[in-house]
Write a protein that binds this ligand. Structure first.
Ligand code: GDG
Length: 491
């Protein structure tokens, strides 16, 4: 689709449902004829919200993905897209700095050291204000606004101040840390106040919601009861914000559909053959990120080879590490370390015909990912900390044959929902080695038993159900407020 012509004027105050996310759900691409167009970006959130947005005549506010470009609002597949432009300097400070070099490591239990820079914070506030202003301009009277993730934690409050008529939700895709760590944040009060502008604050795990409520009690001294937090209004009355777990999921049916396609099944067999038909294939699929435990996984696998418990003729590890945040120093370093380790292990153990680790620092189409899932006997999810980890759910959904073993870190949110996986603590290298051996040697009957239980959960609790339940909680918040307002009028 060609870039739409600039509209005669931005629509204002029209959408009944507004999503605010760091990124728009589209990527700007140049097609074969050299023309610039927009393409829907892959991803669960986009898929989940598309039907809802269509029905609600929704608007999506986000950055178009390239610095220093101004793009007018436009329609795309039934959704009104409102681009928020960011300069290169803002990307550096708000996104690479404050979001990915402060909040990301802090919220993942300080696996890497968070950097606290006041100029990053100033830009973060300014950019959050821009997103909030854009949402306030687009939302219809009494609309619902759903803010996504840690890049935009100040938006709920800014929005509530500008537009008290709105019902506001916020979903936090990453963990929320224990108070002992959270309290490091120089702006800990402002962030909590920002989030509490929402009526519903959603987290991946019950523990995240608990950590948040504890931080609110400690820093702001507000009362909390179960999932409710009493937030004082400017007029002295109080309202209740809901802080609760809404574990995100995937579009499971679309993985089943892909996994049943003959060409993808054929590709899975081809992948096995290309790897020299090893008896067992282990697979890791991650953004190249220090939270994912890739180094720990490589260490465990390297030791299994060194101990002679596995051999390269028999077992191959395929590691897809898709490029990520390549301008943030910690990620540059991590890539170097991983590639050094892979090189050493392969150098020590490869033969002419077999490799220990097939390492791929590339991003692949979804079809190829599903073929990999089907080719893999064991899926390794060894995150040191992870909000949910959708790859675990994708592997399970793709295993329509009820075979394969999921090895899953207890530090990934998915562990709460998938107790039939082989659980590991990735810090315990010996324990992880034993778990990998158990997965390699697991008899087909046990694989089937476990995989059926995993699939039951993932197929039932898909991403459509996730968005429905979050929006239903927002709907409840709206009616509670409306009846309170009505009572206030009659009183
Ligand atoms: C954050 C939280 C939470 C990866 N490489 C390729 C590719 N992927 C896809 C996976 C999966 C997605 O990217 C990654 O999602 P994860 O959940 O595993 O991890 P994060 O990116 O860190 O996501 C996380 C999530 O938000 C949602 O709330 O679960 O905890 O950190 O869908 O399949 N997809 C394709 N090619 C690749 O090379 N096509």
């Amino acid at each position: 689709m060609p870039l739409p012509p600039p509209p005669s004027g931005a629509r204002v105050n029209q959408a009944d449902l507004v999503v605010v996310a760091n990124r728009l759900p589209v990527d700007r691409v140049v097609d074969a004829s050299g023309e610039e167009t927009w393409r829907r970006s892959p991803g669960g959130l986009v898929t989940a919200l598309e039907p809802v947005m269509r029905r609600a005549d929704g608007a999506w506010i986000g950055w178009p993905g390239q610095p220093d470009i101004e793009v007018e609002p436009f329609e795309f597949e039934g959704t009104h897209l409102v681009p928020v432009s960011l300069s290169s300097e803002e990307i550096e400070k708000y996104y690479e700095g404050m979001s990915n070099d402060t909040f990301w490591p802090l919220y993942h239990d300080v696996i890497a050291e968070p950097r606290y820079r006041r100029v990053w914070w100033d830009t973060y506030e300014r950019v959050n204000r821009r997103f909030a202003d854009a949402a306030a301009a687009v939302a219809a009277e009494g609309a619902t606004v759903w803010v996504q993730d840690y890049q935009l934690q100040l938006v709920p409050r800014m929005l509530r101040e500008a537009r008290p008529d709105l019902t506001i939700g916020y979903f936090h895709h990453i963990p929320f840390p224990a108070y002992g760590l959270y309290s490091q944040l120089p702006w800990r009060r402002q962030v909590l106040e920002g989030l509490l502008g929402a009526d519903v604050i959603g987290f991946q795990r019950v523990a995240d919601a608990g950590n948040f409520a504890r931080a609110v009690r400690r820093v702001l001294r507000f009362d909390t009861k179960a999932t409710g937090i009493s937030v004082p209004n400017p007029d002295g009355s109080t309202r209740t914000a809901l802080a609760k777990a809404f574990p995100i999921s995937i579009d499971a049916a679309s993985y089943v559909e892909l996994a049943q396609r003959p060409e993808i099944r054929a590709r899975a067999a081809e992948i096995r053959a290309e790897l020299g038909n090893p008896r067992k294939i282990l697979l890791g699929v991650d953004r190249l990120d220090y939270t994912k435990g890739i180094r720990h996984r490589l260490k465990a696998f390297g030791e299994l080879l060194a101990d002679g418990r596995v051999s390269v003729d028999d077992v191959t590890l395929v590691q897809v590490a898709s490029p990520s945040r390549e301008r943030v120093e910690a990620y540059v370093q991590l890539r170097d370390e991983i590639e050094l380790t892979v090189g050493r292990i392969n150098g020590d153990y490869d033969t002419m015909g077999h490799t220990a680790i097939r390492y791929l620092h590339q991003a692949y189409p979804r079809e190829e990912m599903v073929a990999l899932f089907l080719a893999a006997d064991v899926m390794l999810v060894t995150a040191l900390r992870d909000g949910m980890n959708l790859v675990a759910k994708e592997y399970v959904a793709a295993r329509v044959d009820n075979r394969g073993v999921l090895v899953l870190s207890e530090f990934a949110g998915a562990a709460d929902e998938l107790p039939s996986a082989v659980r590991i603590n990735p810090h315990d290298i010996d324990g992880m080695k034993d778990a990998i051996m158990r997965a390699i040697d697991m008899p087909p009957a046990e694989q089937g038993r476990r995989m059926r239980a995993l699939r039951k959960r993932v197929m039932e609790y898909d991403v459509a159900r996730w968005s429905r339940s979050f929006l239903a909680a927002l709907e409840q918040a709206r009616s509670a407020r409306e009846s309170r307002d009505a009572e206030a009028v009659t009183a």
